[in-house]
Design a protein around this ligand. Structure first.
Ligand SMILES: *Cc1c(COP(=O)(O)O)cnc(C)c1O
Length: 462
């Protein structure tokens, strides 16, 4: 598929080792999904052909990263790999201090406990599940300050990840700036469909925060992908490198939490980083209690080496062109097949609009859950429900929340699948779309108390 300059992109790597996939028959898939209670989280990986459940920890490492594993210095204290990682993070993100953690939520835990006081308000450009939970467990209240367009699947706004400064003004007027410990800013906002913020918006936010003496803490999980969108879509950035843009973003913020399982091309890892020495000293002390010594934070030396090497690969233009190009390829072909998807196409996933796909199903017949199960039955493709099941019940009324967005997420791991796999996905979705009027909904057979989407079981309606 051609880019703006009329050239096709291709993967900037070749394949040295392959992982064989098991092909299944329709009968085998019928049995597998029945045994999984029509919940794709409960399928066994061996029964899945193309796994688009998540891009978290599922990317393919390069030969250099694998070679880095062999260079693991597994000393309890002062591992050489820690210093390599620290150097890479100071160089690319620009923060002074680093505390490694086992993954993103480990860093969120440290930061939330250190910065949030009970009764505080933490504004963010949409919530993320683990981020919000850690804010709440520290006694804070999350407040959504993303632009309204982010909640509309049909809006073509190029920067749906932007913060609405007027919403911040209203919050300060209501609760006072001294009850806002920091702004939580996410790049390529996951729950909005992988939608970026713009540099112009970040500069406005930075000015606003300086005025009110409130720091900006970045959720840096997909910020390198966000930098790609700024270069592509924002005036004045076409000639800057992803690396320069990443640094410019970080220089406008005060610290970050990171799930390295996304941008940084590793199977496990994360970190907290900041510029404030006092906050750093607290995090460095606290990590010893919950994760491990401050020079490994729950990781093996080899994991830190793979992260440092993954970072150098993640900022390469050709890597992101292929990464985001593949997501676009899938989205454009689905759109051309008439399949309803969330627009604009984001960084890491395509979201099918299940309400428009299966308009004959009531939302309490779980259209997105149904569609995810059908996609598996059709071709062994695993996706994730992001709708009525994920949203849970309203604690006041006990009723399903019936959220505005009823979506199925097809998430692409980095460097794992080929364009031919994408063609198979497009054909499978299109063929389910053709027979959509025959598809019946589901009813819930077992509902766990917490985060029900992970473990709920369903059965087909008669
Ligand atoms: C995955 C993710 C996290 C949590 O990171 P884990 O490594 O899964 O603990 C936090 N924020 C965002 C935006 C994420 O996508």
């Amino acid at each position: 598929m051609k880019d703006k300059t009329g050239h096709s992109w291709a993967e900037p790597y070749k394949i040295k080792m392959v992982e064989l996939l098991r092909m299944t028959t329709r009968e085998e898939r019928e049995q597998a999904i029945r045994e999984a209670g029509y919940n794709t989280f409960l399928l066994r990986s061996r029964d899945v052909y193309i796994d688009l459940l998540t891009d978290s920890g599922t990317s393919a490492m390069s030969d250099r990263q694998w070679a880095g594993l062999m260079m693991g210095d597994e000393a309890y204290a002062g591992s050489e790999n820690f210093y390599n990682l620290q150097g890479a993070i100071q160089e690319y993100y620009g923060y002074k201090y680093l505390v490694p953690t086992h993954q993103g939520r480990g860093a969120e835990h440290l930061m939330s406990q250190i910065l949030i006081k009970p009764g505080d308000y933490v504004p963010g450009n949409m919530y993320f599940t683990t981020t919000r939970l850690h804010q709440e467990m520290a006694g804070g209240h999350f407040v959504d300050v993303i632009v309204d367009e982010a909640h509309d699947p049909a809006s073509p706004h190029p920067f749906k990840g932007n913060v609405d400064i007027a919403k911040l003004d209203r919050l300060v007027a209501e609760v006072g700036a001294n009850h806002i410990p920091y702004i939580s800013l996410e790049g390529c906002v996951n729950m909005a469909g992988g939608q970026p913020f713009s540099m112009a918006n970040l500069k406005d936010l930075h000015d606003w925060c300086r005025q009110h003496d409130i720091p900006i803490m970045l959720d840096a999980t997909r910020t390198i992908e966000n930098a790609w969108f700024i270069r592509r879509r924002e005036e004045g950035y076409a000639d800057k490198s992803i690396r320069e843009i990443l640094r410019e973003i970080c220089d406008l913020t005060d610290g970050c939490t990171m799930s390295a399982k996304k941008d940084l091309l590793v199977n496990i890892g994360g970190f907290f980083a900041c510029n404030d020495e006092e906050v750093f000293l607290k995090a460095q002390n606290m990590v010893v209690v919950y994760e491990g010594l401050h020079t490994y934070g729950g990781l093996a030396g080899r994991d830190m080496e793979a992260m440092a090497r993954g970072l150098r690969e993640a900022v390469l233009q050709e890597h992101q062109d292929a990464r985001i190009g593949q997501v676009r390829y899938l989205g454009v072909h689905l759109r051309n097949a008439g399949v309803p998807i969330v627009r604009p196409i984001g960084s890491h996933a395509i979201f099918l609009d299940a309400k428009m796909f299966l308009p004959h199903l009531d939302q309490d017949q779980f259209p997105a859950q149904t569609l995810a199960a059908e996609l598996y039955l059709e071709a062994g493709i695993r996706s994730m429900e992001r709708g009525n099941v994920s949203a849970g019940r309203d604690p006041e009324t006990g009723q399903n929340r019936r959220p505005a967005l009823e979506l199925v997420r097809l998430t692409l791991p980095r460097r794992v699948y080929t364009q031919a796999h994408m063609d198979v996905v497009v054909e499978a979705v299109a063929s389910v779309y053709e027979r959509r009027t025959e598809i019946r909904g589901l009813e819930m057979a077992y509902e766990p108390e917490y985060l029900r989407f992970f473990q709920a079981r369903f059965q087909p309606l008669e």
